[in-house]
Design a binder for this molecule. Structure first.
Ligand code: FMN
Length: 190
């Protein structure tokens, strides 16, 4: 069975390094025959989580739409920026909202899922410290997080403004990580 991968960055702005990274790894996974969909969290904007809001209005149409997407994929490929050595607010807020059940819903969109993690940052560590928290949060939600992860340091030097990496060799290496992820998923039969 082809692994179905939902790929997204924990960042919404147009020139996000993490969005660029997601696209490259997703292309590598596609070349290895995975079924990959890249989404932009900007298309699923949500209010900051507020329990009163949830009680009064329930889950927003964007939250429901994203949960529907998540339910139909086996794997999440997530590239998270590091904010103050931790997870970005956009990603945490998205995970908080999508972890909430609507009335009548019987299954969590995180149940039996596998995740692959990566990050990109202008810093020397490439956002690696933030991934510690992303991993912990996802694992505590019951997701199996693949040990191998990518962190692209000096991202401002690594990517061209229109997306691809400046060094074709580095782009190829990163694509091969997407392909590798796809192979791991096939072995896991995810
Ligand atoms: C509030 C804030 C906190 C940040 N904290 C860190 C940090 O702890 N470590 C780091 O490497 N970069 C940090 N950065 C810089 C981000 O890595 C940089 O803005 C990067 O471009 C974000 O990823 P994106 O381009 O995909 O949005 C921070 C940026 C912001 C706005």
């Amino acid at each position: 069975m082809k692994p179905k991968i939902l790929a997204f960055a924990g960042s919404t702005h147009t020139d996000s390094f993490n969005k660029k990274l997601v696209k490259i790894v997703a292309a590598g996974a596609k070349e290895a025959d995975a079924d990959v969909t890249v989404i932009d969290l900007r298309d699923f904007q949500m209010s900051l989580y507020d329990e009163d809001l949830e009680r009064q209005e329930g889950l927003s149409p964007n939250t429901r739409k994203l949960k529907e997407f998540m339910l139909s994929y086996h794997v999440f490929l997530i590239s998270s920026p590091e904010y103050n050595s931790s997870i970005s607010g956009v990603l945490k807020n998205t995970l908080d909202w999508t972890s909430r059940q609507s009335d009548g819903e019987s299954i969590s969109c995180f149940k039996d899922k596998v995740a692959g993690l990566m990050s990109a940052s202008p810093s020397r560590l490439g956002g690696l410290r933030g991934l510690v928290y992303v991993r912990m949060i996802l694992e505590n939600m019951g997701i199996l997080v693949i040990p191998k992860q990518i962190a692209i340091s000096k991202a401002h030097e690594a990517f061209n403004s229109n997306g691809p990496m400046k060094e074709p060799k580095q782009e190829q290496q990163i694509k091969s990580i997407g392909a590798n992820l796809s192979q791991i998923l096939l072995k896991l039969n995810a």
